[in-house]
Design a protein around this ligand. Structure first.
Ligand SMILES: Cc1cc2nc3c(=O)[nH]c(=O)nc-3n(C[C@H](O)[C@H](O)[C@H](O)COP(=O)(O)O)c2cc1C
Length: 530
């Protein structure tokens, strides 16, 4: 069974002809019997319900198809011979049909058509890439309001290449008409309001915290769904921010807005409402996710119609988050359990600012039933900003041979432990490797933290989790967030309840969450659904 895209004419109220592109299913070798599948919302369906006759046309006139999708058309036609209807005289072949069976129980109906007369008007010219591209574009354009606008615009961009390379004037006109139709129709689904949702980042530790090795830093981490970040942005005159961390969002959003204006974006201002946000400086990478979320929202609001949205690296650059947020940037883009390879060694740690985020060298997904248990003990805030930079400078004292050996141990825990165990879904091996990794990575900071953990409260949380029989435990970044990976949601919830009781923590300070195996969601919110 195959589908042939063509054009159907039907008769409407008052004998008015309706011309609609449609792709019937062939039920035999030619068009003896075929299945039309108009949606119940279409005029074609309404017409056939009243008067079950029409004419199906095979054509290579894609401009006609584009015009029929974009609006009403009145191509040259003559009356049909055996049915009450009209034949498009510009088509290649036509099939006058009668509907012999109506199945309209579903919105996408199945109307069995039998050809009662057919004719040949001219030859089909042959395969043509640009014409096929116009057909694809026409189908996309007929789905405005059904498919997300970004998806349609993205697909249209991909179809430009064959139009450019192989199209003539007619295909170009057709394509342009469809593009304009999509953008006009987008008036109802405009980019005036954007929702961004991203997860939180657990950082398991650095591969090479010391200067002077082949690469600097590098690390492993995991994106999780909660606590995460959710914000909604819309066009406004100035910059209005509300919700948690409003000041912090303003710090990132103000330069982003200036930058958008400098690039000529027609955006006066933005209203950003933070609906949900993880705590800052807790080891959850909130600063980066918040800045990237604001950057993504402002990028979408400032996008010229049809232009591609910026990717996560570009957003990070605009938000000035590039140098130290490898896992956070790749996590915003793709989610998952990630390893970044740090930056190329810069003799003794000279502080040139890198312009690319550390490259992603591995990305795996956690099995869907595994959970991350996150405990946020009170008090100590994690290091960040200047304090974090100073701390790194204090690590330089270790002899070179020992740095190499220790980094070797951490890398081995990642490459021969964590990653293969996860790839095989071997939970016990993964847990052992995660503990090994996080202990070695934590030891690197003993001089700064005074131990492998940043505080007594963190140590206590780690000990409780280990005593519960969970091996894969660690401190995320500088803490205070403590994580454990558990292979069962109920078990994780039970342990979380005991941890809350034991440390007198609020509900939101101990959470059980799934890994986030996808990047941030950035959606235009329809103003009014069509
Ligand atoms: C090549 C092509 C094939 C299409 N096939 C169908 C189809 O099988 N069923 C349908 O309901 N719409 C189909 N559409 C979309 C309709 O043409 C479109 O929704 C149109 O607005 C319906 O027109 P009408 O309301 O005048 O009947 C197709 C569009 C194109 C460009």
């Amino acid at each position: 069974v195959s589908i042939i895209e063509g054009v159907v004419t039907t008769l409407g109220p008052g004998g008015r002809v309706n011309v609609a592109p449609m792709g019937p299913l062939l039920l035999d070798d030619d068009f003896g019997v075929f299945l039309l599948r108009p949606y119940t919302s279409s005029r074609t369906y309404a017409n056939l319900k009243e008067h079950p006759e029409g004419v199906f046309h095979v054509t290579d006139d894609v401009e006609l198809i584009a015009r029929a999708v974009a609006g009403d058309v009145e191509p040259p036609m003559r009356p049909a011979e055996r049915v009450r209807g009209w034949v498009l005289t510009g088509a290649c072949r036509y099939f006058e049909f009668r509907i012999e069976d109506f199945d309209d129980r579903e919105p996408r109906t199945r109307l069995r058509a039998r050809t009662v007369h057919s004719g040949r008007l001219r030859d089909f010219i042959g395969f043509h890439r640009a014409r096929h591209a116009v057909i694809e574009a026409a189908i996309l354009a007929s789905r405005v309001g059904i498919l997300p606008l970004e998806e349609i615009l993205g697909e249209l961009r991909r179809l430009e290449a064959p139009i450019e390379k192989t199209g003539g004037a007619s295909e170009r006109r057709a394509f342009e008409l469809l593009r304009r139709h999509v953008l006009d129709a987008a008036g109802g689904v405009s980019l005036d309001r954007v929702e961004v949702r991203t997860g939180s980042r657990l950082h398991f530790g650095l591969l090479a915290p010391w200067p002077g090795l082949e690469r600097e830093h590098g690390g492993a981490g995991l994106m999780v769904e909660s606590p995460g970040i959710e914000l909604v942005a819309s066009r406004a005159e100035g910059l209005e921010i509300s919700g948690p961390h409003a000041e912090r969002v303003r710090e990132s959003a103000a330069p982003l807005l200036d930058d958008a204006r400098r690039r000529g974006a027609p955006l006066a201002g933005a209203r950003i409402e933070v609906r949900r946000a993880a705590p800052l400086h807790a080891g959850l990478g909130t600063g980066t996710q918040l800045a990237l979320a604001a950057a993504a929202a402002i990028d979408r609001l400032s996008l010229q119609a049809g232009a591609p949205p910026a990717d996560a690296v570009e957003l990070a650059r605009r938000a000035a988050r590039v140098p130290r947020s490898g896992i956070g940037i790749h996590g915003f883009a793709r989610g998952g359990l990630l390893v970044d390879g740090g930056h190329a060694g810069r003799d003794g740690g000279a502080t040139a600012t890198p312009f690319e985020p550390a490259p992603l060298v591995s990305r795996l997904e956690l099995p869907a039933h595994w959970r991350a248990l996150v405990i946020l003990p009170p008090a100590s805030k994690g290091l960040s900003g200047d304090a974090e930079r100073d701390a790194f400078h204090r690590l330089g004292g270790l002899p070179a041979a020992e740095r190499a050996e220790r980094a070797g141990g951490i890398c081995r825990a990642a490459l021969l432990g964590l990653l293969p165990a996860l790839a095989e879904g071997d939970f016990p091996a993964f847990s052992r490797a995660l503990w090994d990794f996080s202990r070695r990575a934590g030891e690197a900071f003993r001089a700064i933290q005074g131990g492998s953990f940043a505080s007594g409260a963190i140590q206590a949380a780690v000990e409780l989790l280990r005593a519960e029989g969970i091996e894969g435990v660690g401190q995320s970044s500088w803490g205070p967030a403590v994580f454990a990976i558990v292979d069962d949601a109920e078990k994780a919830a039970a342990i979380a309840a005991r941890a809350r009781a034991r440390f007198s923590l609020a509900d939101e300070a101990v959470l059980v969450t799934a890994a986030r195996n996808r990047g941030a969601d950035v959606h235009a919110v329809p103003k009014a659904r069509p």
